[in-house]
Design a protein around this ligand. Structure first.
Ligand SMILES: *[C@@H]1O[C@H](CO)[C@@H](O)[C@H](O)[C@H]1NC(C)=O
Ligand SMILES: *[C@@H]1O[C@H](CO)[C@@H](O)[C@H](O)[C@H]1NC(C)=O
Length: 477
């Protein structure tokens, strides 16, 4: 592993033996390295035994932890930048027994920076989902020597614009003064799924061929559905709202600002962007925005905690996309398509995105990866030699429902690629919630797509133009 200055943890533990004996798991065993502009606040170290938690809450990979849990020395270094009245805490978990000589840095989620480990290891890996995936991509670009392998799941690509786009469903509803009920959004998502389910050759409730997915939901206008035991009529206005949400943010002249929500993905409930507030008679009078989006607008862009995003004019909302990239792109952006330094070091990146991601539209990551491939192609470089991307049918943001095939062993696939040179052609999966963790359908290496024929599964070339495959169907709603 190559140690660089930006990893505080590497500095703290340089010279410290990797396997920490019980006697050395104490604050005195560690010292704070000189880092310009910082001041040590505190160091704590204590032994943790049989730990079974998992830092990134709710991730399916938690199932991989041994039932007896793990023992480690929990070291926390807290430091300040005196001019800024802040406090930064870095957690490092050191092995107590013989180490396997691997280091894993774990990314955060939402606004959380995450967890990171550091020591002299033979190999260093980064694994993060959502914000953690974005951090992995930013590391590949800005600090390419830090990790031998980076696993970026459901990355929050182009964060400054992405977070603004998470407000788009609310913006559309406010603009039209139409607030559909969750029952209606759920019906629409189900209808898209049913229309496109069989296109991969397997009717399993999962859409694996979004590129072929064309649907016409007009027949649902006026349909009366049961919603919490009461009848509810699906309105034409609701269909128009859904159409605008899938189309994605546009400026007042209808120019696209960034890709819209993925057809069939759930827009309501946990992490939903189109939640509304409704009474028991199913009357809905206002929206309930995704708080990361409203935090972003209030605190980072308007710098006014009291600002009401519902007051944004269309012009102002559209202008914010450019302003956000200009002001925060260097810090929060991760979509630099030129990864030359990372590639030249021989490091490997593996990324996957959930095809039913309810927060981060699939089109954002796909668009980014297509740019990487196009940039590499200009230089005669084969992207798949160092960077592979997979789209996981049926998975949701950083996880999947029971019954869905999930790439549980993606980190192991990355390890094999880094350490043994075995590049993953497909990602193996585990059917979540199945007895004995039954293996599921493998995930195809983009741009290959899933294909069932006569009961047997293959990954094959899609034949279509991947760049605009997500764009066609939105005009047909
Ligand atoms: C590690 O120590 C920090 C600081 O005392 C504490 O906040 C954290 O909960 C500990 N982690 C575990 C897993 O015990
Ligand atoms: C599937 O079956 C059909 C009809 O028997 C046959 O024409 C086709 O070649 C088969 N495809 C594959 C991939 O075996």
């Amino acid at each position: 592993m190559r140690v660089s200055k930006n990893l505080l943890v590497a500095g703290v533990f340089a010279g410290h033996s990797l396997a920490t004996k019980m006697s050395t798991c104490s604050p005195n065993a560690f010292s704070f390295p000189p880092i310009l502009g910082t001041e040590l606040h505190s160091i704590t170290a204590s032994l943790v035994r049989g730990y079974t938690g998992f830092v990134a809450f709710g991730r399916p990979e938690a199932a991989l932890i041994e039932p007896g849990g793990v023992d480690f020395c929990n070291v926390t270094v807290s430091y300040k930048h005196p001019a800024h009245e802040d406090l930064v805490s870095v957690h490092v978990w050191l092995p107590t027994a013989k180490s396997n000589e691997r280091l894993v840095g774990l990314g955060g989620g939402g606004w959380a920076a995450g967890e990171g480990y550091g020591a002299k290891a033979k190999f260093a890996y980064w694994h993060g989902c959502s914000t953690g995936g974005r951090q992995g991509m930013a590391i590949a670009n800005k600090y390419p020597e830090d990790f031998d392998g980076i696993l970026a799941s459901c990355p929050a690509v182009d964060y400054p614009s992405l977070v603004l786009s998470l407000y788009w469903p609310q913006f559309v509803m406010n603009q039209r003064n139409v607030y559909p009920h969750a029952c209606e959004f759920e019906l629409l998502a189900r209808a898209v799924t049913e229309a496109c389910d069989g296109l991969d050759g397997d009717v399993d409730g999962i859409v694996a061929r979004l590129d072929l997915c064309h649907f016409d939901l007009q027949s649902l206008a006026g349909k009366v559905i049961d919603c919490n035991g009461k009848p509810l009529q699906v309105s034409q206005e609701t269909l128009e709202v859904y159409k605008a949400i899938l189309k994605g943010p546009v400026d007042p002249q209808e120019n696209e600002l960034i890709g819209g929500a993925t057809p069939g993905a759930n827009l309501v409930g946990f992490l939903g962007t189109a939640n509304t507030v409704c009474d028991e008679d199913n009357n809905c009078a206002r929206g309930r925005p995704f708080t990361i989006a409203t935090d972003w607008i209030r605190l980072m862009l308007k710098k006014d905690p009291q600002f009401d995003p519902a007051k944004l004019s269309h012009e102002e909302y559209a202008r914010m996309f450019r302003d956000a990239r200009q002001e925060w792109g260097h810090l929060f952006g991760s979509n630099e398509p030129d990864l030359e330094r990372f590639r030249m070091l021989g490091n490997k990146m593996l990324a996957w995105h959930a095809m039913n991601d309810q927060v981060i539209p699939l089109s954002h990551m796909r668009g980014h990866f297509d740019k990487v491939r196009a940039t590499d192609e200009l230089h005669g470089i084969t992207t798949s030699d160092y960077y592979r991307y997979f789209e996981v049918p049926g998975a949701s943001h950083c996880g999947a429902a029971d019954g869905v095939a999930y790439p549980m062993h993606a980190l192991e696939a990355l390890r094999l690629w880094v350490e043994e040179g075995i590049a993953p052609e497909e990602l193996s999966t585990v059917v979540l919630g199945s007895e004995g963790n039954r293996p599921g359908t493998p995930v195809c290496n983009y741009p290959k797509v899933a294909n069932w024929e006569n009961g047997s599964f293959t990954c094959r070339e899609s034949g279509g133009q991947p760049d605009d495959s997500l764009e066609h169907q939105k005009d047909e709603l």
